[in-house]
Ligand binder design. Structure first.
Ligand code: C2O
Ligand code: CU
Ligand code: CU
Length: 544
């Protein structure tokens, strides 16, 4: 079905207000509901699942160090909106069809608030998953200001829950960033880009089966999903009227499988100022911006030289990425900017040439280097299975970094596609990517490099929680594991992969206050340990 492009204005998600204030935290309540929403002028209303009844959900605006508690409530029906494959992990009977759990993507939060895939819950918390710990989540916001997002993470149906609409923005700010005088207020807009397909009646289309179908499994998970329609902030191919001045856009790829290679038809660059985990050290002009599922880019776009013009945001990424089919006439279009509004006031915002220093982790400081291969396998139904280090979700935890320690993870991609690898809890840094002999590794498990290391792109030299692991390359990342101990997960952010075993638990192991040499003596080390434990435990107090 061909829908007219650029006929609906871009919606901007509302900012969420706290319900009240607890002793030392802002308290929010967010309900997931099934609602009907108009996603395009010519499309009948679409049934979606939405936080607070709006897709995408409302935006959290918080300050660094502000303590935030959220009671996430599932008010969804008992039947799923989309076809659930009961053969994938977590979705087997007798587990309920509709399960939800909310994850703050990019958030440095205590484990019980992380939205562990098995911490799911059903309507009114009637049933909960084996990893369920708390009804109220605590977000300490101790990390750098950043563009985070929250979305569903229930084991085995994440792809369906997110596709149904369960995603929203979470922005952390602080005084330092405010003083930079970047474009703000109504000139700062979050943009979540997602692909969807529709049936003629306006309902969401999500395949029941891959093509060709899998005998004996119905519905069956698909290896990846690419929609034929692009939405921004929940509208199909919207337009935005802008003034001839600078704007700040928080770009998020909230698609299940689709990568984007974004550019402007005006030829102007994005001035990228931030990555997943916050500001870059200095702005980077980017003509073509790659955004993998889960990734964010904080950018400034200057329309001042384009008064009266119409500029389109377009996409050139192949699907699957990078070796698949080029985008179609439809999927190559994202949204339109019309520089038609008069300048309401002089643009006094700035993009400082230096933004925020970043402390680099040195591989010399790493306690450990882990080699983790991304491999292809087959499930019992003959379907392609993509695994992390050859292990399934249910295999015992194998990655157990010590709280506070630095580790290097080498992601050895033996598959044909790029996988956006995401670690919960930490913001890491990309060290390098390096081509290697895939066949040699497959047959003999020997890592032989076939070229020199390539440094990360200039716009990747910041804090990241999701990284493109390209095929035929070893992507090395480095992180300090903290500030909390407990069980987290790491996974591919192609949601069809994540739901089909391309996800693993990992555990940050606490440093004991007492060692075999006796208690850790008073001093900064003991204080640091205590502080972390305080944060871990103080938040465990249940709320009314
Ligand atoms: Cu955005 Cu574990 O996910
Ligand atoms: Cu995450
Ligand atoms: Cu993947």
């Amino acid at each position: 079905m061909a829908l007219a492009k650029f006929v609906d204005p871009l919606p901007i998600p509302a900012v969420l207000k706290p319900k009240g204030y607890l002793a030392c935290a802002a308290y929010y309540e967010v309900r997931m509901r099934q609602v009907k929403q108009k996603l395009h002028r010519d499309l009948p209303e679409t049934t979606v699942w939405a936080y607070e009844g709006v897709y995408p959900g409302p935006t959290f605006e918080v300050l660094r160090h502000e303590r935030v508690k959220v009671r996430w409530v599932n008010d969804l029906p008992d039947e799923h909106l989309l076809p659930v494959d009961r053969t994938v992990h977590g979705a087997h009977p007798p587990n309920p069809l509709v399960r939800t759990v909310v994850h703050l993507h990019g958030g440095e939060v205590p484990a019980y608030s992380d939205g562990h895939p098995e911490a799911w819950f059903t309507r009114d918390f009637r049933e909960v998953g084996p990893h369920f710990r708390s009804v109220v989540y605590f977000y300490p916001n101790i990390q750098r200001p950043a563009t985070l997002w929250y979305h569903d993470h229930a084991l085995g149906i994440t792809r369906l829950n997110v596709y149904a609409g369960l995603a929203g923005f979470y922005l952390i700010r602080d005084a330092f960033e405010l003083e930079l005088n970047l474009p703000g207020g109504r000139f700062e807009i979050p943009l979540v880009i997602q692909d969807r397909s529709f049936n003629a009646d306006g309902s969401l289309f999500y395949p029941r089966q891959p093509d060709p179908p899998v005998p004996g499994v119905d519905p069956s998970i698909v290896p990846e999903f690419f929609g034929d329609t692009i939405l921004v902030n929940g509208k199909v191919w919207p337009y935005l009227e802008v003034e001839p001045r600078k704007y700040r856009f928080r770009l998020l790829n909230g698609s299940n499988s689709r990568f984007y290679l974004l550019s402007f038809t005006s030829g102007q660059p994005f001035i990228q100022i931030g990555t997943d985990g916050g500001l870059l050290e200095a702005p980077v002009p980017v003509a073509e911006l790659t955004l993998a599922p889960g990734e964010r880019a904080d950018v400034v776009v200057d329309f001042s030289a384009f008064a009266g013009e119409t500029i389109r945001l377009v996409n050139g990424a192949a699907a699957p990425f990078p070796g698949g089919d080029p985008p179609t006439e439809d999927t190559s279009q994202v949204m339109e900017f019309r520089v038609t509004l008069p300048l309401s006031e002089p643009d006094t915002s700035t993009v400082p040439s230096s933004l925020r220093p970043i402390e680099r982790f040195s591989p010399a400081a790493a306690a450990l280097t882990r080699d983790l291969a991304l491999v292809e396998a087959q499930d019992p139904f003959g379907r392609l299975l993509l695994l992390l280090d050859g292990k399934r979700w249910s295999a015992p935890v194998s990655e157990k970094p010590r709280l506070g320690s630095v580790e290097v993870w080498r992601l050895i991609n033996l598959t044909e596609d790029a996988h956006p690898i995401h670690l919960h809890l930490v913001q890491f840094q990309i060290l390098e990517r390096r081509p290697f002999d895939v066949d040699r590794y497959r047959s003999r498990r020997e890592l032989v490099f076939t070229g020199p290391p390539v440094p990360p792109d200039p716009n990747e030299r910041g804090l990241k929680d999701t990284v493109r692991a390209n095929p035929g390359q070893v992507t090395s990342i480095i992180a300090r594991f903290g500030a909390f101990a407990g069980q987290y997960v790491w996974h591919c952010h192609i949601l069809e992969h994540e739901d089909h075993e391309m996800m693993r638990p990992y555990e940050v192991v606490p440093v004991p206050l007492c060692t075999k040499f006796g208690p850790v003596p008073p001093g900064p080390k003991r204080r640091a340990i205590l502080q972390r434990q305080f944060l871990n435990e103080a938040c465990d107090v249940p709320d009314p």
